[in-house]
Every structure is written in structure tokens, then in C-alpha cells.
Design a protein around this ligand. Structure first.
Ligand code: HEM
Length: 276
């Protein structure tokens, strides 16, 4: 998939910021230990925290569709790259010392938020184009409608036929029933439906009287179409579930991160680590 122009732009900004922050760190590390409480360490801390607030603001911006302040794509790209940069700059802020419990907890939360952010970005990127409009809910609804239509055509073909024909019909319908907790199972892996034993099926097909063979052929064609459609619907649902599950990590952990960071900032001022 080609990288959007705003993607390239923010990637470049990221590299520049990284070089600047890393360069300053290396240069000042020669003259002393640039830990959280040193002037440089504090600059990193304040910048990182300001970035975190900006990144959290993205969550609000995403929901205010009427805003003309930047496009959604630009916000997404800046969110990804500034998020990774916030992690780097706060890592420099720690001075690679991890002792204070509250500060370290904030840092672990930050790692979870940024890590889940990267996972989410990869997920968005890898969702095949035709699946992205799943979120509108429309195609999925249309598909279910089509699935029902196909099931009705099969039922019509099977009505008033011989017993083996009817059995084949009910086997085909049973095969396409989602198992219990299908939504959750989809999260772990594409649903593997117990494929009907091919042998048993050919036994049944052999029992269908010759005069019903044409209708049988038609029903099997429709059943195949239906199976393919169902597989597509499952794939869509799987992506949708993944996207939702991912947000359940990213968003609450962001709130926890902000809270812990505020406690950490309050503590360093309260206990006089930072004189003001
Ligand atoms: C306005 C923002 C911030 C200020 C003023 C600030 C201030 C400080 C200070 C003064 C220290 C040194 C503490 C010491 O030497 O005892 C420190 C260390 C640290 N800070 Fe921050 N900080 C800020 C933001 C953050 C954020 C957002 C995180 C994490 C997400 C963070 C994580 C840490 C860690 C892990 C340490 C090292 C703790 C240790 O020495 O064991 N800080 N910070």
C-alpha cells in the first residue's frame, strides 16, 4: 500500500526530532548524567508530557468531524510518529534509571500505550481495502441479507424433494451455523467450521434419485456461493472485532498513563526533587 504523503512528512519530522533529541542527549551525557531531574532531563520530561496531552487530544479530534483543523489522515500520521517520539524522549528523560515506583509505572503504561498504538496502526494498514468500509456496517448488513436470500433459494430447491436431498440441505445449513461465542473465537483465529466429512456427503449425494440431480446441482452451486459469502463476512467481522478489542487496551491505558504521570509530576514537586 503506498504511504500517504502526510505519512512521509511525519516520518521525516520523526527522524529529525529523533536526531535532535538523541544528539543533545549524547552530547550532554559526556558532561554529566542527564537524569530526570537535571535541566535537560526536565526538558525531556516536560516535552514528553506535552506530547502525551497532544496525542490524547487526537482522541477528541477524531470525534469532532466538523473541525477543519487538519485532516483526519494528518492527525493519524502525526499521532503514530509523535507517539513513538514521545516514548523515545521520555526514555531519555528517565536517564535509563528505573527506581521510583510511580515514575516507572508511568513509563510501563507509556510502553503499553505506544506498543498497542503501533499494533493498531499495523492492523489498520493491513486491513484489505475492501474490508475497511466494514465499519460503516452497511456491507455487512447487505451480506447478511444476501446470505438469507441464498438460504431461501436453497430451501426452495429442497422443498418437497426426497429424504436424502432434504438431509443434504439441512447438513449444508447446519454447516453454516456460527458456533457459540463465534465473535470471540473470531478474535483468536479465523473460524474453522467443522468441515463435513466428504465421504458422508458423497454417500448422501449418491442416494438422491436421478430425477432430482439437476436441482441438487443447483443447490450445491448456491451452497458454495453462500459459503464463500459467509467466509467474507467472517473475515470482516474478525477485523472489526480486532479493531474494537485493540481500542479497549489503548484508550483505558491512556487514561491510566495520564493519571500516573500527573501523580509522578506532583510527587517530584511535592517532595522537592524539582526546586521551584
Ligand atoms: C512535566 C513532566 C515531567 C516532569 C516535570 C518530570 C520530572 C521528573 C524528575 C524530577 C525526575 C527525577 C526523579 C529523581 O531523580 O528522583 C523524573 C524521573 C523519571 N520520570 Fe519524570 N517527569 C515528567 C514526565 C514524565 C512522564 C510523562 C513519564 C512517563 C511516562 C516520566 C517517567 C519518569 C521515569 C521513569 C523517571 C525515572 C525514575 C527513577 O529515577 O527511578 N516522567 N521525572
Amino acid at each position: 500500500m503506498p504511504v500517504a504523503r502526510s505519512g512521509l512528512f511525519w516520518r521525516r519530522i520523526f527522524v529529525l526530532l529523533l536526531l535532535a533529541a538523541g544528539g543533545v542527549y549524547v552530547a550532554s551525557a559526556r558532561g554529566g548524567f542527564p537524569h530526570g531531574g537535571s535541566p535537560l532531563g526536565l526538558t525531556y520530561g516536560v516535552t514528553g508530557f506535552a506530547l502525551m496531552l497532544l496525542l490524547a487530544f487526537f482522541g477528541i479530534r477524531k470525534r469532532s468531524y466538523r473541525s477543519t483543523f487538519g485532516t483526519l489522515e494528518q492527525w493519524l500520521q502525526s499521532h503514530i510518529w509523535l507517539g513513538v517520539f514521545a516514548f523515545v524522549i521520555l526514555l531519555l528523560h528517565t536517564g535509563f534509571r528505573f527506581e521510583d515506583r510511580v515514575a516507572v509505572t508511568s513509563f510501563v503504561l507509556l510502553a503499553i500505550v505506544v506498543g498497542s498504538g503501533i499494533f493498531g496502526a499495523v492492523l489498520y494498514r493491513n486491513i484489505p481495502r475492501q474490508l475497511t468500509d466494514v465499519q460503516s456496517g452497511l456491507p455487512a448488513e447487505k451480506m447478511s441479507e444476501q446470505l438469507n436470500q441464498l438460504a431461501r433459494s436453497m430451501a426452495r430447491l429442497a422443498s418437497a424433494r426426497s429424504a436424502p436431498f432434504q438431509r443434504l440441505f439441512s447438513e449444508l445449513m447446519r454447516e453454516s451455523q456460527p458456533p457459540p461465542l463465534a465473535g470471540w473465537r473470531l478474535l483468536a483465529a479465523p473460524m474453522r467450521r467443522a468441515a463435513a466429512a466428504a465421504g458422508e456427503w458423497s454417500d448422501l449425494v449418491a442416494l438422491v434419485p436421478a430425477e432430482e440431480h439437476e436441482e441438487l446441482r443447483q443447490m450445491l452451486v448456491v451452497a458454495r456461493q453462500r459459503r464463500e459469502l459467509l467466509a467474507r463476512l467472517e473475515a470482516q467481522q474478525r477485523y472489526k472485532n480486532l479493531l474494537e478489542a485493540w481500542l479497549w487496551i489503548h484508550v483505558p491505558f491512556t487514561f491510566a498513563l495520564l493519571l500516573f504521570s500527573l501523580v509522578h509530576i506532583g510527587a517530584v514537586f511535592y517532595f522537592g526533587t524539582v526546586q521551584w
